[in-house]
Design a binder for this molecule. Structure first.
Ligand SMILES: *[C@@H]1O[C@H](CO)[C@@H](O)[C@H](O)[C@H]1NC(C)=O
Ligand SMILES: *[C@@H]1O[C@H](CO)[C@@H](O)[C@H](O)[C@H]1NC(C)=O
Ligand SMILES: *[C@@H]1O[C@H](CO)[C@@H](O)[C@H](O)[C@H]1NC(C)=O
Ligand SMILES: *[C@@H]1O[C@H](CO)[C@@H](O)[C@H](O)[C@H]1NC(C)=O
Ligand SMILES: *[C@@H]1O[C@H](CO)[C@@H](O)[C@H](O)[C@H]1NC(C)=O
Ligand SMILES: *[C@@H]1O[C@H](CO)[C@@H](O)[C@H](O)[C@H]1NC(C)=O
Ligand SMILES: [Zn+2]
Length: 464
């Protein structure tokens, strides 16, 4: 069965607390692979060799869709064979031969020895005596750092380089129908995907939770058949810097495996829940084939009232969107494009997209993150080639008086400079959802407000 979000929140809270208690026992395997680096000095990646060779899934394209898109209102509810997988929404299982195989394939000399961070009793990360001014591990939760301190990892993707671009993205999907609140099923997938299809065949980058993929693989199939790009958002949505090395591997592994089994692709991108990433976690992600993708603006949509949400008023989130549109229209937003964090989490987040997408399409060049970064091969399966300018160009009326920032670097599409919008760090990355960076300085939640909201609504812990 699909656990309710409330169950999920307790499970995650429990998991985070447990992690805190065990964090001294960080595991690591003996280095067994030597790594090579590219001419840029960035560690070379190779196609993951440790995933099972699944037979091609049924009902999935084998490349970018060229024909008509299925916009049927219902999807098959069959789950993946769950035998191998951890229980959905439980911490990712580490005691498994497939995890051992991944551990043995990584070069641990190229994983910084950062101690796993501590989780507070509410599940949030605590900053302890981390040296924030030196920021030795480029810990985003504390400093919004996106440029690793080690020279063999690329900078995170955090904004679209071209002014006027809006890199559309949704976290926490696929949004499963609920067993116990059937009214909300009017917003579960494929509702958002059909809405995107109906609006200029809009494409988006989707950060998927492995637990949600095994319980609703048909939604993942629909998304990829619609031309969206699938990325990893972990198995059980923990604050990743609180996880030991083997737990980090397992959170990635089971999600990659679920996406591969459901859709046949192996993503090269991931997003940390709550933005909680440091160089240790980045290094493991990179060696498992994935680039880290953050954001430069945050809608805080996850925190609106709704299943798994919080207490942030609809009008506040609405106001953020108004501000972004106004700024673009009045000529004050010309530095670079944006990656605005949004979610497919509940009725409220889907409604907010339904309200704003048409306006965004008239104001910005709305496209997937990959499209705005010029990344056309988002998977290790190289027959998948996404077109540049895959969407958003036929109805776009974006202001063309733009300036552009430095082009993304060729090797990985990372922008050359960071755009973290706030030096404020949240007191609580986990409790504040993925939303550690305030959406705008004018209307941001304070740290204590975010924490208070999270505590008021236990379910807020889940969201991101
Ligand atoms: C499910 O997977 C397990 C092993 O992962 C396998 O032994 C079993 O036969 C599978 N069940 C079905 C119905 O395919
Ligand atoms: C443009 O709009 C933004 C967002 O509403 C506002 O903060 C800014 O002051 C405006 N700038 C001008 C020049 O009107
Ligand atoms: C585009 O931006 C310029 C300032 O850069 C402004 O003068 C103009 O009114 C804007 N046009 C539209 C259609 O928003
Ligand atoms: C979403 O559903 C919840 C019930 O779970 C309800 O309280 C809330 O008002 C709804 N939000 C919107 C924007 O419809
Ligand atoms: C993509 O669209 C932009 C304008 O939106 C255009 O300048 C650019 O040349 C296009 N690139 C390709 C590869 O079509
Ligand atoms: C975008 O523009 C290009 C060039 O004009 C065109 O070939 C392509 O079909 C357009 N894409 C969409 C989704 O309209
Ligand atoms: Zn999330």
């Amino acid at each position: 069965m699909i656990p309710t979000l409330q169950h999920t929140a307790s499970a995650l809270l429990f998991a985070a607390v447990m992690v805190s208690a065990q964090s001294a026992t960080s595991s690591s395997a003996a280095p067994s692979a030597s790594s090579s680096s590219t001419s840029s000095g960035i560690l070379a990646q190779s196609s993951p060799s440790w995933l099972p060779s699944f037979s091609a899934p049924s009902g999935v394209n084998s490349g970018y869709p060229t024909g008509a898109i299925d916009t049927g209102a219902t999807l098959d509810k069959t789950q993946l064979n769950s035998t191998a997988y951890p229980d959905p929404w439980s911490p990712a299982t580490t005691d498994h031969s497939e995890i051992t195989a991944v551990m043995n394939s990584l070069d641990w000399t190229k994983v910084p020895d950062a101690p796993p961070n501590k989780a507070a009793s509410d599940g949030s990360v605590t900053f302890g005596n981390y040296d924030e001014s030196k920021d030795p591990y480029c810990w985003w939760s504390d400093t919004n750092c996106v440029k690793p301190k080690v020279d063999y990892l690329p900078e995170d993707v955090s904004y679209c380089p071209t002014a006027g671009d809006w890199g559309l993205n949704y976290d926490d999907g696929p949004y499963n129908p609920s067993d116990d609140d059937t009214e909300l099923n009017a917003y579960a997938e494929p509702v958002l995907y059909n809405f995107l299809a109906a609006n200029n065949n809009q494409k988006a980058t989707l950060f998927y939770i492995g637990s949600n993929v095994v319980t609703y693989p048909a939604a993942a199939k629909r998304a990829i058949n619609d031309g969206h790009i699938l990325c990893v958002h972990t198995w059980s949505h923990p604050a990743m810097t609180t996880q030991t090395n083997i737990q980090v591997v397992a959170e990635f592994y089971w999600t990659l495996r679920a996406i591969k089994e459901a859709t046949g692709v192996t993503p090269k991108c991931w997003r940390p829940p709550y933005g909680d990433v440091d160089d240790r976690v980045r290094a493991i992600a990179w060696q498992m084939g994935m680039t880290t993708m953050i954001w430069d603006e945050d809608s805080n949509d996850w925190n609106m009232p709704g299943d798994g949400g919080g207490n942030l008023p609809w009008d506040t989130v609405n106001g953020y969107f108004e501000g972004w549109v106004d700024a673009r229209k009045n000529g004050s937003d010309t530095q670079h494009g944006h990656i605005v964090l949004e979610h497919e989490l509940n009725n409220a987040t889907v409604k907010m997209t339904e309200k704003w997408l048409p306006t965004l399409q008239q104001t910005f060049n709305v496209k997937s993150i990959h499209d705005c970064m010029g990344i056309t091969q988002p998977y290790w399966e190289t027959q998948w080639v996404y077109p540049a300018n895959a969407s958003g160009n036929s109805t776009s009326h974006a202001n063309t008086t733009t300036t552009t920032t430095t082009a993304p670097s060729a090797s990985n599409g990372s922008p050359s400079s960071a755009a973290a919008s706030s030096s404020d760090h949240p007191g609580t990355a986990a409790a504040a959802g993925d939303s550690a960076t305030p959406a705008s300085s004018a209307s941001s939640l304070t740290t204590s407000t975010a924490l208070g909201l999270a505590m008021l609504a236990a379910t807020a812990f889940f969201s991101s």
